[in-house]
Design a protein around this ligand. Structure first.
Ligand SMILES: *[C@@H]1O[C@H](CO)[C@@H](O)[C@H](O)[C@H]1NC(C)=O
Ligand SMILES: *[C@@H]1O[C@H](CO)[C@@H](O)[C@H](O)[C@H]1NC(C)=O
Ligand SMILES: *[C@@H]1O[C@H](CO)[C@@H](O)[C@H](O)[C@H]1NC(C)=O
Ligand SMILES: *[C@@H]1O[C@H](CO)[C@@H](O)[C@H](O)[C@H]1NC(C)=O
Ligand SMILES: *[C@@H]1O[C@H](CO)[C@@H](O)[C@H](O)[C@H]1NC(C)=O
Ligand SMILES: *[C@@H]1O[C@H](CO)[C@@H](O)[C@H](O)[C@H]1NC(C)=O
Ligand SMILES: *[C@@H]1O[C@H](CO)[C@@H](O)[C@H](O)[C@H]1NC(C)=O
Ligand SMILES: *[C@@H]1O[C@H](CO)[C@@H](O)[C@H](O)[C@H]1NC(C)=O
Length: 902
């Protein structure tokens, strides 16, 4: 698809476009862009400003009225929220898609209201407020007021335009996976299911059979078959994966997403059910596929109109147990049968390859395929494990192993257990087995981020440390590929993720729970636990996972887990405290992830974890303080993203092995003492995107704060994202360290609109600054691939300057954005570049330029020839302000590359 020009109205939404199909892909892009502006603006405005009107107020009287004012504004905001919500609900009922901005706005409002309420409760309940405190409170109130004002303003523009309706969900979504066309038994079953589906008498269909037999594959194929036929009767086919631990909300969320209903934070199951019901009621015909059902599900509580009432509704479910089908009152059940011997052998051969045709191996292959009892999962993994093995001895051994009796594995069918265990046993390569077992720590049916997995393996020492961490990461990725080739891992739901088949995971958990070789694990992830049972923890455990539960508190006692190297506690939203004594039992920890909890601090016993490599506290929104870290000298990864810290933890400077420091979205970070960062000599990644801390150049730093030049000491630094107060004038030394960086982002100026572009690898964003003042911009841009100038002035003077002095200084620039500028863009004396100032430009965004009358004039000044842009003969408008023109004329690239910041 080639898009030539796309128009977005600044105030947003409800657009009528001639070619909606072409726009839809770009819609994603624009919405992201705009959402990031929204988020950014909130952040920028939320930071208290010294010397502003509000902070002047000091007298008690004013203080009181000030609080009243806050209360009043809060009420207005709540009223507006209700209005917007009402509108959203009616739009959703009509099947419209809510605009991202509105949702974003609503989230911001909810967040802010929670904050304001908490603030009022905590801070204002104390009676004796002295004047210093009052001043501090004033500052906070001021920040909140500003945000409220802003939300009121931006919110009122949403009234009447909460929805966009050009993206109706596809009737059927293709689901990738193996095709079953040539397996005769399976394709017969598929045909039978299709027939049932078209029978008006049959409303509920059950597909049942043991784990690993290919129920999901069957239903996927059915789904994709419907996608391929234009004659299929359903207005929409909805797929939801249920899994062992029934979580109604999770199932609802999948359904809601498919219907383009926005999940709302904190919404009850009942309300969401109501919205789903209303939405589905208007569908004439729909099919709901519930995959992997383990117990009866109440359709009412999901919000699904009963097939008996809504005649266009059909339900299909897969389950291991026929009883479940009966409980769900299916009209017809289809049993998925095992493959017959011949089919089994064929499938085996497809996976094991040509070796099978060798005369002395063929009989073993047949026997092994038979031992797999016609179970596709077993045959595939077994076949893959034997691929390319030519020694007869190996085949004989495999067969013997399969024929041996197996231990009682509780849950996993013996018939599956043996082949899967065999493919596990035949994994070859250093540490590949523990790496595989590690994957079972995540919840069932969970898509694991590859980057995350590799970080854990590195921290655990399962992948060797290498000088060059890129090399280590590649080793990890190779391991993952190896596991995928062995059919022990599969692609996850999103790009860059992997997951485990649930049967494979069961086997892995079994192996890991009984492992004697020091890789024993306790896996209790994603099962809705409220508390940890201390009895389960023991000294022999190597890895412990309680991730994604609802744990409210941890035992406040020492439980000896002296061997444990990984403790995963992330995703326990209610968890608000880590007891001092709890951590004392885990002295050998290398990985500790507590991300996404409500903790406000960490206990001092953290300091005893001298082996810790990765301390992960991302999205602990309430975390204000960490204990001094000097004891953790082995620490390599510290993730403090979106925490509430105001300064770096004490003792940071001693973390001489730290490689990755993520401080993005630390909006409250105010100070970084000079001399700390420069001592982190191993640092490779420093991410301070949207942090509250802005760096200055050396001459301009206040007090003892860290300055921009200090970063030059970090010889290993490869990825950097920071905010700067002003445009730095770069010396040659600065240039040399900046040129060493593989990626960078500099956000310069008081605000930081982070509109993603396609060339953000080396990007400079300048906002709300007078560009005619500082020189130095040419040096700064000598290697940048993307430049954003947002709400700057003095553009004209800068252009004049550059046109005269700057030959080839923008040679690397591929993307240029100029947004929200008051300046005229008409260099005095009509001077124009005699050469193409931006010879490699591929993307030009001009947004909201009051005085831009003609794009071609600007193009003339810059001498642009657009040799790298495919310009179509599209309209260049005159006198359209408040319009965003995106002129990216190359074929659209996948979305992921656009939204990635670093
Ligand atoms: C939006 O939906 C309404 C009906 O709900 C329809 O009349 C209108 O044409 C649609 N607009 C676009 C741009 O598709
Ligand atoms: C099925 O759906 C996908 C997108 O979900 C689409 O790309 C594909 O063209 C559709 N049709 C067929 C026959 O696969
Ligand atoms: C820690 O857990 C969070 C939440 O699940 C996750 O996003 C993050 O990637 C984890 N950290 C690492 C280093 O894997
Ligand atoms: C830092 O954390 C943020 C938020 O989770 C993530 O998007 C970003 O990629 C991380 N930075 C690096 C360099 O990994
Ligand atoms: C920008 O800086 C130039 C040069 O210092 C100055 O003449 C001009 O008045 C400034 N513009 C604004 C709007 O402050
Ligand atoms: C940056 O520019 C210098 C010359 O100015 C060049 O040698 C170097 O390769 C560039 N670095 C990158 C990453 O493009
Ligand atoms: C832009 O112009 C408007 C009115 O002319 C003015 O209020 C505003 O401050 C200007 N903004 C900048 C960045 O100069
Ligand atoms: C421009 O378009 C032509 C044909 O449409 C294509 O061959 C060429 O690669 C494009 N150039 C760029 C820079 O995208």
């Amino acid at each position: 698809m080639k898009v030539s020009a796309v128009v977005f109205i600044d105030g947003l939404v409800s657009l009528t476009l001639q070619k909606p199909s072409e726009i839809s892909q770009n819609k994603i892009y624009s919405m992201e862009v705009l959402a990031s502006i929204v988020a950014e603006a909130v952040v920028a405005i939320g930071r208290p400003l010294f010397g502003s009107v509000y902070s002047m107020i000091k007298s008690t009287v004013k203080f009181r009225s000030y609080l009243d004012f806050l209360e009043k504004k809060k009420k207005s905001l709540m009223d507006l929220r209700e209005n917007v919500k009402t509108e959203m609900e009616s739009a959703e009922r009509e099947g419209k898609v809510l605009s991202t901005q509105v949702i974003e706005w609503l989230n911001e409002v909810e967040k802010l209201l929670i904050e304001v309420n908490q603030f009022q409760e905590v801070k204002l309940s104390r009676h004796s407020v002295n004047s210093r405190k009052r001043y501090r409170i004033s500052r906070e109130v001021e920040g909140q007021l500003k945000r409220i004002e802003w939300l009121l303003k931006s919110g009122s523009s949403h009234i009447g335009v909460v929805a966009v309706n050009y993206s109706v969900p596809r009737a059927v979504e293709h689901i990738p996976g193996p095709s079953i066309q040539d397996e005769t038994t399976a394709s017969k079953t598929l045909a039978k299911t299709v027939t049932l589906l078209s029978d008006p008498e049959v409303r509920r269909i059950g597909i049942w059979g043991m784990g690993g037999i290919g129920k999901t594959t069957l239903v996927r194929n059915l789904n994709n078959k419907l996608n391929g036929t234009s004659m299929q009767p359903f207005g929409i086919v909805i797929w939801a994966t249920v899994s062992k631990n029934l979580d109604i909300k999770k199932v609802q969320t999948q359904i809601a997403e498919r219907l383009n209903l926005e999940a709302r934070k904190g919404e009850s199951i009942e309300r969401l059910a109501g919205r789903i019901y209303q939405r589905l009621e208007i569908e004439e015909n729909f099919l709901l596929i519930l995959d992997d059902v383990w117990e009866k599900i109440d359709l009412d509580s999901l919000g699904i109109p009963l097939p008996e009432v809504h005649t266009g509704c059909k339900i299909m479910l897969t389950s291991r147990s026929r009883d479940v089908c009966r409980d769900m009152m299916t009209d017809e059940d289809v049993k998925v049968d095992v493959l017959n011997d011949e089919e089994g052998l064929q499938l085996f051969i497809r996976n094991a390859g040509k070796v099978v045709s060798l005369e002395n191996i063929r009989p073993f292959a047949e026997a092994i395929a038979r031992e797999c009892c016609g179970l596709p999962l077993a045959i595939i993994t077994m076949g893959t494990a034997m691929r390319g093995k030519t020694m007869v001895k190996l085949w004989k051994h495999a067969l013997n192993e399969l024929q041996r009796s197996v231990p009682c594995t509780g849950g996993v069918e013996d018939r599956l257990f043996k082949p899967l265990k065999w493919s596990y046993d035949s994994l070859e390569g250093k540490n590949i087995k523990p790496c595989f077992l590690y994957c079972s720590l995540f919840p069932e049916d969970f898509s694991i981020e590859i980057g995350e997995l590799v970080r854990y393996w590195l921290a655990e020492g399962l992948i060797d440390e290498h000088e060059n961490s890129e090399y280590s990461v590649n080793r990890g990725i190779a391991l993952i590929e190896n596991l995928k080739d062995s059919c022990l891992l599969e692609d996850g739901a999103r790009e860059g993720t992997v997951k485990m088949h649930d049967v494979v995971r069961d086997v892995a958990i079994w192996i890991a729970s009984s492992a004697e070789d020091g890789h024993k694990s306790l896996v209790r992830s994603g099962i809705g636990l409220n508390r940890i049972s201390a009895i389960e923890l023991s000294n022999s455990l190597k890895r412990v996972s309680f991730m994604n539960n609802k744990i409210t508190r941890l035992p406040d006692c020492v439980i000896e887990c002296a061997e444990a190297s990984t403790l995963l506690l992330q995703g326990n939203l209610p968890l608000d405290r880590i007891p001092e004594r709890f951590l004392q039992g885990f002295e050998a920890l290398r990985v500790l992830n507590i991300s996404g909890s409500r903790i406000q601090s960490l206990p001092l016993s953290l300091l005893q974890l001298g082996d810790l490599r990765a301390l992960l506290l991302r999205d602990c929104f309430y975390l204000e303080e960490l204990p001094p870290l000097e004891g953790l000298s082995r620490l390599q990864v510290l993730d403090l993203t979106a925490t509430r810290i105001r300064e770096l933890p004490r003792g940071m400077e001693n973390l001489c092995n730290l490689r990755q420091l993520n401080l993005s979205r630390t909006h409250y970070l105010e100070t970084i003492q000079a001399g700390i960062i420069s001592r982190l000599s191993f640092l490779e990644i420093l991410d301070m995107t949207l942090s509250g801390y802005h760096l200055s150049v050396k001459e301009a730093v206040e007090k003892e704060l860290t300055c921009f030049e200090e970063l030059g000491c970090l010889e290993r630094l490869r990825i950097l994202s920071i905010r700067l107060k002003r445009i730095p004038y770069l010396s040659s030394e600065d240039l040399s360290w900046i040129n060493r960086l593989r990626r960078y982002q500099f956000f310069i100026g008081p605000t930081a609109n982070s509109l993603p572009t396609r060339h953000d690898k080396r990007r400079v964003t300048i906002s709300s600054l007078n560009l005619s003042e500082g020189g130095g911009i040419d040096r700064l841009l000598s290697n940048a691939s993307s430049l954003v100038l947002s709400h700057c002035w003095g553009l004209n003077e800068m252009l004049e300057d550059l046109v005269i002095t700057c030959a080839g200084c923008f040679a690397s620039l591929k993307s240029l954005t100029i947004a929200g500028s008051n300046s005229s863009l008409r260099p005095a004396g009509g001077c124009a570049a005699h050469f193409d100032l931006l010879p490699n430009l591929e993307e030009l965004h001009l947004q909201d330029l009051t005085y831009l009358e003609s794009i071609s004039e600007l193009v003339g000044y810059l001498g642009l020839r657009f040799t790298k842009i495919n310009r179509s003969d599209s309209m260049f408008p005159n006198e359209i302000s408040s319009l965003l023109w995106l002129l990216h004329l190359r074929p659209a690239k996948p979305r992921s590359s656009q939204s990635k910041l670093l």
